[in-house]
Write a protein that binds this ligand. Structure first.
Ligand code: AP5
Length: 228
């Protein structure tokens, strides 16, 4: 069973790695950021409430995010495992998660903050399928268009310098303490997030492939990855 949490600051590469790893493991990639952005785009009541917090780089209130994630974890496709990306983000969310499911592994992305700012400044995303690009390290084939659905790529509103500063501060204050929370439970696996996406993917795979106590190795062999 792969019940995995990706923990790490904004721009560390969680979404990039989660998209491929979830596919390899055959588990759903549950990104609260992507789910919230979809809600904002669709102008659902949840999206309308969340939008201001997201634009400013602040956390969306726990009750909204918990409702969203509980609903996803209850779906049949999550019964064989899941990869949580961007959740939990504070102690209250981590405790709520513990009350609904066990976790096998928490992968903590570690990276120099200056690299994060550069990555976020150059990030472009597809608003339709959420594929993540980078003007420097992973440009689209056609300038400004998604490779998969040709939608015009966007610069996320929270990738502006002021919102990035707030997000990094929020991460330090509210999310980083979860490293201790999961270390105490023996679940934390730090992974260096510098280097190419392929190098980071290899490090992530090796910690995910470790057997949990009392379990035989269940990781699928690596399958093809999209070129980065
Ligand atoms: P969310 O979408 O979760 O944003 P985040 O955690 O800040 O993470 P990012 O998506 O910015 O970065 P990432 O680590 O996924 O990096 P990526 O792979 O894209 O959350 C957004 C907002 O939603 C929050 O601020 C909050 O308001 C709200 N929210 C979400 N979850 C919430 C929760 N649980 N509770 C409350 N509120 C919540 O990579 C970044 C760039 O770098 C890309 O351009 C990529 O191509 C490039 N890149 C990636 N890896 C490499 C590499 N190895 N080398 C070079 N470039 C790379």
């Amino acid at each position: 069973m792969h019940r995995i949490v990706f923990l790490g600051p904004p721009g560390a590469g969680k979404g990039t790695q989660a998209a491929t790893l979830a596919q390899e493991l055959g588990v759903p990639h549950l990104s609260t950021g992507d789910l919230l952005r979809t809600a904002v785009r669709e102008r659902s009541p949840l999206g309308i409430e969340a939008e201001g917090y997201m634009r400013a780089g602040r956390l969306v209130p726990d009750d909204l995010v918990l409702r969203l994630i509980r609903e996803r974890l209850a779906r049949p496709e999550a019964a064989r495992g899941f990869l949580l990306d961007g959740f939990p983000r504070n102690r209250a969310q981590a405790e709520a998660l513990e009350s609904v499911t066990a976790i096998d592994r928490v992968v903590a992305f570690e990276i120099d903050p200056t690299l994060l700012i550069r990555r976020l400044g150059d990030r472009r995303v597809c608003p339709i399928c959420a594929t993540v690009y980078n003007l420097t390290t992973r440009p689209p084939k056609v300038d400004g268009r998604c490779d998969l659905d040709q939608a015009p790529l966007v610069h996320r509103p929270d990738d502006r310098p002021e919102a990035i500063r707030t997000r990094l501060e929020v991460y330090r204050e509210e999310t980083a303490p979860l490293e201790a929370f999961y270390r105490e439970r023996g679940l934390l696996r730090p992974v260096r997030a510098d280097g190419t996406p392929g190098e980071v993917a290899a490090r992530v795979r090796s910690v995910v492939a470790e057997a949990t106590p009392g379990e035989t190795r269940t990781t699928s062999p690596p399958t093809k990855r999209p070129s980065q």
